[in-house]
Ligand binder design. Structure first.
Ligand SMILES: [Zn+2]
Length: 213
């Protein structure tokens, strides 16, 4: 069981971790985890282009190593890559030394100052250590595209009903999620574009400004 919105109580890790961004304007932050995938990520890029949307891709280091040309394409098209560990390790189950090693190894293939812990599972100690090297980005809206009990329509509805200005929304550019993710993504892009929202990539420089305040 998982929730569409993250309850406040687990939103505290004692380190600067971002669950959503303050937004004065109608802005949404789409994020895609677990790629890059040679075809599915490109399908996502094509959809984003169609709606003039930018997004952030939290890439598994091993996949980034295998498909560097996909990373190059997302950067050329104005999107931000982010680090998602080398082998998608859970911080809860990985001794911290190996967790940091995985983060550093992934960084060889994904040059980014953004990091999302796989499964959102990171120990407070790990979050404190990594927050000195990178911005840790969580989310406030889960599309549920990984859940085979949902269909694309339900995934889209979860996002449409819950997202608000500044929300960070999770999708997955993976083979498992694609049948739900691609149609749900298009529905979300269509709905919020019509409402005057813009979709931005997370900009590590803008996060620095938030921190200073
Ligand atoms: Zn992941």
């Amino acid at each position: 069981m998982y929730l569409v919105k993250t309850p406040r109580i687990i939103q505290s890790l004692n380190a600067p971790v971002y669950w959503r961004f303050p937004a004065k304007e109608k802005t949404l932050y789409l994020t895609f985890d677990d790629g890059p995938h040679p075809t599915i990520t490109r399908d996502v890029l094509a959809l984003l282009k169609k709606y003039n949307a930018r997004a952030t891709f939290f890439c598994v280091g091993k996949n980034a190593r295998e498909h560097p040309q996909v990373i190059k394409q997302m950067q050329n098209e104005g999107h931000q890559p982010g680090n998602h560990c080398y082998r998608h390790e859970s911080g809860f189950q990985t001794p911290s030394y190996f967790y940091y090693k995985s983060f550093l190894k992934a960084r060889n293939y994904v040059d980014s100052r953004l990091f999302r812990p796989p499964y959102g599972r990171i120990k407070p100690k790990q979050a404190q250590a990594l927050s000195k090297k990178t911005h840790i980005i969580m989310w406030d809206i889960l599309s549920g595209d990984f859940d085979q009990n949902l269909d694309a329509h339900k995934c889209a509805r979860r996002v449409i009903q819950s997202a608000q200005a500044g929300s960070i929304i999770v999708f997955h550019d993976s083979a498992k999620a694609a049948p739900r993710m691609l149609p749900a993504l298009e529905a979300v892009l269509k709905h919020f574009s019509k409402q005057g929202f813009i979709f931005k990539a997370i900009n590590p420089n803008e996060i620095n400004q938030i921190k200073k305040k």
